[in-house]
Design a protein around this ligand. Sequence first.
Ligand SMILES: Nc1ncnc2c1ncn2[C@@H]1O[C@H](COP(=O)(O)OP(=O)(O)OP(=O)(O)O)[C@@H](O)[C@H]1O
Ligand SMILES: [Mg+2]
Length: 265
Amino acid sequence: MAPDGAPAAPGHAVLCTDLVKVFDASGDPVPAVGPLNATFAAGRTTALVGPSGCGKSTLLRMIAGLERPSAGAIRIGGGTPHDLARRAGLAMAFQDAALLPWRSVRGNVALGLRLARRPADPARVERLIETVGLGGFGDRRPAELSGGMRQRAAIARCLVSAPELLLLDEPFGAVDELTRRRLNRDLPALWQGTTAILVTHSVVEAAMLADRVLVLSPRPATIVAAIDVPLPRPRDEDDSALRERIARIAGALRTSAPGRALAAQ
Ligand SMILES: Nc1ncnc2c1ncn2[C@@H]1O[C@H](COP(=O)(O)OP(=O)(O)OP(=O)(O)O)[C@@H](O)[C@H]1O
Ligand SMILES: [Mg+2]
C-alpha cells in the first residue's frame, strides 16, 4: 500500500532504444530527439533537464504514446506505450494544465479515477486536493484559479489513480517558490513505487525529486550526463550532499548548452 492507503502501483521500467523523432510536416525536417538510448528504472523517479526546445516534451509525448517515433523503440514493462494506455495505466500532467473548464476542481480530480477506470473514492479525491494545497477550492472552476493552482489540480488528477507510469512535464512551472518547495517536499511520497519521469527547468527541483537526473543536449535531445541522487527522503534543499548534486547537474547543463542562460532554480 502507498502511504496514503492507495493500492501500490507496480512500476515498470521504460526502455528507449535508438529513439529518434524528426518533425517533417512542412517539408523542412526538424530533428527533435535522438538517437537516444535510456532506461528509466522501475519504481524510480527520473528527472529530465535540458535547454528549452531540446525535445523534452516530445520525448515524454512519445513515451505516452501521443507521438509516434520516427525510428527506434519504446518498451514499457515489456509492452508498448499503447498497451499501457489501453489498460489506463498512465497519467500525464502537461506543461499547460489541461483541466475541463466546466468541471470543478473536485470534478477534475475525480476524473483521474474515471480515466484510469478506478472506482469513485471521494475521500481520496479530497485528500489529494488538500495535499496540493487546494483545500477549500474543491467547488471552484479552473477559470477561477491562478495558473499555479490549475497546475496543482492537474497534478492531483494524475496522482489520484496511483498510476503505473507517471509523466510530469514542468508540473510546477507556474507555482511560486514557497509552494514549489512545499510540493517538492510533500508530493513524492504520493508516487513512491511508481515509475515517474519528470521534466523540469529547475535544477533544485530535479535534485529534490529524482533518484536519477538525465541531462539532455540541445535539440535533437541526447543524454549527455546521468547523475544519481541516492539520498533519503524527505530531502532538504540546504543539505550539503544535495547541494553537491545540484552543482553537478548545473555543471553538466552548462557544458551541454554553453552560452545559454541557466535558470537559477
Ligand atoms: N508538433 C510539432 N510539429 C513540429 N515541430 C514540433 C512539434 N512539437 C515540437 N516541435 C519542435 O520540436 C522541438 C522540441 O520541442 P519540445 O516541445 O519537445 O521542446 P522542450 O524541450 O519540451 O522545450 P521547453 O523546455 O521549451 O518546453 C522544437 O524545435 C519544436 O519546435
Ligand atoms: Mg516542453
